[in-house]
Write a protein that binds this ligand. Structure first.
Ligand code: ADP
Ligand code: ZN
Length: 435
């Protein structure tokens, strides 16, 4: 049940004492980097006496990482660095992150702890359908699953037919996959003559690395006959393994022995109480190669104030609502891409692979939803299709207050993305936005 009972069930005062100790160490370590050497003077470091004092330290975000590219945040000589990763570059030039051997050991421990919490065991066959390489989703989970002792199939992303062949041949029980890719993969099963819910040995899916709705999780669970666990991470903090769902699957425990989390008002920077929604800010507590303090993730979420029935004392984060820099303004109204997905998922069995074009028509913003319908829907009549289309228009109107254009497409007509989904195409600016 627990990977490390002592850490996962640590009482709050002890956990906070540990956080403060580690924070002080991290400040000293970070001060070795060119960037922090200017900020973290001896006086500043000695003024940090309680966890709350962290609020006197300035925030950092992607712009600082880019301005100090590539080595400005490095707190160890390059000879101590054993690996580099980079962000996916969803929102611009990728940022690079450096790891010492010790950092990798911590990271592996966190992904192992996370997967074990969700039920992965040494008897499992774990298929890691994530990009290997600079993206952290591949190697991060890979080493964690090996540490648990599962047999890892590093099949990496893409080639759906081959993925199915591996799942079937080696009786895969656990899978790590992008939620946007899961349902696309599912559409290849009829051709293979396999019903994943009945014919395979699948039990657990780890889904994360991108925003997705509860509705999409439900669809994935039903389609594959699995329990899907939400996994959150970002390369600047190491990668996946930072916050993860326990068997109760109601929010993700953020591993507070390794990170300090704060929720701030993204406009004012003010720290908000538990339960209020705002931007997640993270401080690493065990990283030595490139420690980051008060890193603004731009991810909007809240800390769930109630304790979890599983008994873990590390507080939970609610499902991410979006990135603050992802918000769309349509006819003056703020909308998060995830709201569109929620509307789609509210129409039973319609389909789950979609993209959205935003354009101007007669000086008004219009959205055009292109949705691949589930294969089963093609046995229906044209009237049924039209009724489904109308239902979706209505669902979007209720959720967003605007009437979309909806095109229902055959399965696999939307070209696949490389890596994370890029569902929103904003033709008003002629640029792509990720979800
Ligand atoms: P990039 O910011 O370039 O995409 P990363 O690959 O490091 O770089 O991705 C981290 C980001 O992915 C997070 O900041 C967040 O926006 C998103 N993300 C990761 N996991 C989840 C999740 N479980 N739910 C929602 N968003 C997630
Ligand atoms: Zn729990």
């Amino acid at each position: 049940m627990f990977w490390s009972k002592e850490i996962e069930l640590m009482d709050r005062p002890t956990l906070e004492k540990l956080q403060l100790e580690r924070l002080k160490k991290t400040l000293v370590q970070a001060a070795k980097s060119p960037f922090y050497s200017k900020i973290l003077t001896k006086k500043v470091i000695s003024s940090i006496k309680s966890l709350k004092d962290i609020q006197t330290i300035p925030f950092v975000a992607k712009p600082e990482l880019r301005e100090n590219f590539p080595y400005g945040f490095l707190a160890e000589p390059l000879s101590e660095i054993v690996r580099m990763h980079s962000s996916s570059g969803t929102t611009g030039t990728p940022t690079v992150v450096f790891h010492t051997r010790e950092d990798l050991a911590h990271w592996t421990d966190l992904t192992a702890r996370s997967m074990y919490m969700a039920g992965l065991r040494k008897e499992d066959v774990f298929q890691n359908i994530m990009g290997y390489g600079l993206f952290t989703g591949g190697l991060g989970f890979h080493y964690g699953a090996e540490k648990v002792g599962a047999m890892v199939l590093p099949t990496a992303a893409g080639n759906s037919k081959r993925q199915i062949w591996f799942m079937n041949t080696f009786r895969t029980t656990a899978v790590h996959i992008l939620p946007s890719y899961a349902m696309r993969l599912h559409s290849f099963f009829p051709e293979a003559g396999i019903d994943p819910g009945k014919d395979l040995a699948l039990k657990i899916f780890f889904i994360g690395a991108e925003h997705h709705s509860e509705g999409l999780r439900q669809q994935i669970q039903e389609a594959f006959g699995v329990k899907a666990f939400n996994s959150y991470g970002l390369s600047e903090m190491c990668g996946p393994g930072i916050a993860f769902e326990c068997p109760y699957r109601n929010g993700m425990h953020l591993w507070e022995d390794e990170y300090i989390m704060e929720i701030i008002n993204p406009e004012t920077g003010e720290v908000l109480p538990d339960g209020s929604e705002g931007e997640l800010v993270l401080t690493s507590l065990c990283r030595t190669g490139m420690p980051l303090l008060r890193y603004r993730t731009h991810d909007l979420t809240k800390i769930i104030p109630e304790s979890c029935p599983c008994g873990r004392t590390h507080r939970r984060l609610a499902r991410m609502r979006g990135r603050s820099d992802d918000m769309l303004i349509l006819n003056g109204v703020n909308i998060f891409p995830l709201q569109i997905e929620c509307a789609i998922m509210s129409v039973p069995n319609i389909g789950s692979n979609y993209m959205v074009e935003i354009d101007k028509e007669d000086f008004l913003d219009r959205i055009h939803i292109k949705l691949e319908v589930n294969p089963g829907n093609f046995t229906g009549t044209l009237e049924n299709m039209e009724a489904m289309r109308r239902e979706l228009v209505e669902a979007v109107r209720t959720e967003l207050g605007l009437t979309p254009r909806v095109s229902l497409l055959e399965p696999n007509s939307i070209p696949p993305w490389e890596g994370k989904a890029k569902r929103i195409v904003d033709l008003r600016k002629n640029e792509y936005k990720s979800e």
